[in-house]
Design a protein. Structure first.
Length: 254
């Protein structure tokens, strides 16, 4: 058997090996990973619209639904994931930290939280503390623990209000900034109002590097009113994102 030496085959093998070695480094240099926990809306459209927006701002990123993806540079959480501080805080319609509330119909004549004992209530599904836990803690402080059959879990804040307006529940949780436009025209009243909270936000993850700062700047300029579809994967009360120092200074001056 005769072996035929083919220099082109050897050369192409070296080139292929070089490309396979260089590809991961090149891909890593070009894009970063961004994760969003607990998508609540039409994720496919929102993910595309958000990715498109980030690219126009110089942020080359792959947006993933889920915050457990390996190698994330930035992740959005609807509530604080622990002791870490967010690099950007989610703010409400008024550009302020969110405020949890219980809302009822004016015709209910409710004078205090103790009147929610034994009533059907609407909460919001998911990990957003404004959608359930903060408002339920306020009830617990009054000695009220609703039975499971008394809690109606809606998919979003609009649906929770819908349950209230259609007399399916006696009260509903909401966020003050999101709620305000609905109060007067629907004869609603805030029955309980909590303190502003540092709830949702963007957090740096183990895959963070300097290139992610461009993406952080782009996210800080993102506003729901510019394109509501981009925000369908965030809690319904979120209208934008702000630097924590800005919000802290506003809280001190109020």
């Amino acid at each position: 058997m005769h072996l035929v030496f083919n220099p082109w085959r050897v050369l192409s093998g070296f080139l292929l090996a070089g490309l396979m070695y260089a590809a991961p480094a090149s891909a890593d240099k070009a894009r970063i990973l961004i994760g969003i926990e607990s998508a609540t809306g039409p994720a496919a459209v929102s993910r595309y619209r958000l990715t498109e927006y980030l690219q126009t701002r110089g942020c080359e990123a792959d947006v993933q639904i889920g915050a457990a993806v390996r190698g994330l540079a930035l992740a959005f959480f609807p509530g604080s994931p622990g002791e870490a501080e967010p690099v950007l805080q989610a703010v409400n319609r008024e550009g302020k930290l969110p405020v949890p509330v219980w809302v009822t119909r004016k015709t209910s004549g409710m004078r205090g939280l103790d009147e929610l004992q034994g009533r059907d209530l609407a909460t919001v599904a998911g990990n957003d503390p404004l959608g359930a836990s903060l408002a339920l803690i306020a009830l617990q402080e009054q000695g009220i623990v609703p039975e499971p059959g008394q809690l109606y879990e809606a998919g979003d804040y609009s649906s929770a209000l819908g349950l209230l307006l259609h007399n399916n529940t006696y009260a509903a949780v909401s966020e003050l900034g999101f709620l305000k436009p609905f109060l007067a025209r629907n004869s609603l009243v805030v029955s309980w109002q909590g303190e502003p909270v540092k709830a949702a936000g963007w957090y740096r993850q183990t895959g963070w590097n300097k290139r992610a700062e461009i993406c952080e700047q782009a996210l800080a300029e993102l506003q729901r009113e510019d394109d509501p579809q981009r925000f369908a994967i965030f809690p319904e009360w979120v209208y934008g994102f702000a630097l924590p120092d800005t919000q802290d200074s506003e809280d001190r001056t109020q």
